[in-house]
Design a protein around this ligand. Sequence first.
Ligand SMILES: Cc1ncc(COP(=O)(O)O)c(C=O)c1O
Length: 445
Amino acid sequence: MAEERARHFETLVRHLDDLLAPCLAKDWPNLSVERAEGVYIYGRDGRRYLDFLAGFGACNVGHNHPRVIAAAKAQMSKMIHTAIGVTNYEPLLYLAEELGRIMPGNADVFFFGNSGTEAVDGAIKLARYYTRRIGIIAFFGGFHGRSLGATSVGSSKAKYRTGHGPLLPDIYFAQFPYSFRSATPNNPEACSQAALDDLLRLFEYVIEPEDVAALLVEPIQGEGGYIIPPKGWLAELRKICDKYGILLIFDEVQTGFGRTGEWFAADIFDVQPDIVAIAKAIANGFPLGATAARAEIMKAWGVASHGSTCGGNPVSCAASLAVLEIIREENLLANAREQGAYIVERLRELQNNVSVIGDVRGVGLMVAVEFVKPGADREPDPEVVQRILQLALDKGLLLYPCGHWTQTIRLIPPLTITREQIDEGLDIFSDAVLEAQGEKVKLHS
Ligand SMILES: Cc1ncc(COP(=O)(O)O)c(C=O)c1O
């Protein structure tokens, strides 16, 4: 019976296209997997893979954490779903209270949805509703999700937008400061100023600031390439927003819940947003997201002006409460900072010994390596990235790329990762990089 089922599964995998939309089902490496635990995923091929992707950054406390399972099971045995608003229930209100204690910008009133894209769409709607202005300014290279609103404010790759138009009107884009690729590399102030000038040009030539509802920004760009803005740039955005009555929206969907070594990236830059979009690691893989704002803003959104059937699902909320406890009790913020610094140090060592690494950057366990063609001026090298990804996978390490040209590899293991597991992953990564660039030397710390 089991063998028959396994054979049937193999047949279904061969006919994936007849069952699933290719846009969802055909991402590299399309590995058939069985189960996951901690920092490992177990393939149907019988192999164990060290997971440096953590479910696209959703599984910050590690796969199948026993406390998340227990919390979800306990809630499931009581109630899986009712109807938010029509009913209220413990995990929903406890979660709002707990989240309110850690959110930046005093954003302690919540609209709960199911995903990051929904949280971003909610943020756009709320900003427009509250200000009664229509303009939204987002930043080049940003990624905010796949619903029509989030697609409209995204610009990490044109292909994500193509064919889906007309997209939302009154969306404008300004430069995000990308030090490594700026006209003035190694000069963060100049890079930051150039980006600010670009934004101010928009106000002068395209849309007056009084018509702008919000600036929408990832405090650290994720999909766009793990780009950390120069210190001070976000604070300048805050000042511009204050000057013109514009709301500052932080998309912390990827940066939130300890990924950067702080609860939120806003804490790193010490900048307070007006609205925050959160999702992904909020419930360690259970579908949950939220648009959060301080009371004055959120309370403008009157009854029935926005909604979601399964938003704030009781099981997801219970799992999320467990996630917050685990992050605190297992000291995962400190672990993310410590292990992240170690990863960056080891990667910089590697960078000194190879010719294909252009940049190593990271905050906490949000780390990335950008690959370039040797001898060229920062020319992106997506081919070497593809080779490295495959070589690493063959050796048992799951990685995933990012960046406009797919020239960057992100390293985002669960925050529970140990030094030994990092060494295991980085040894594989170093071997893969050396092999991909055709070197024989082996580097191990
Ligand atoms: C910064 C950011 N915002 C929004 C999203 C969309 O989240 P979701 O896929 O849960 O809709 C993502 C997903 O990768 C993201 O990285």
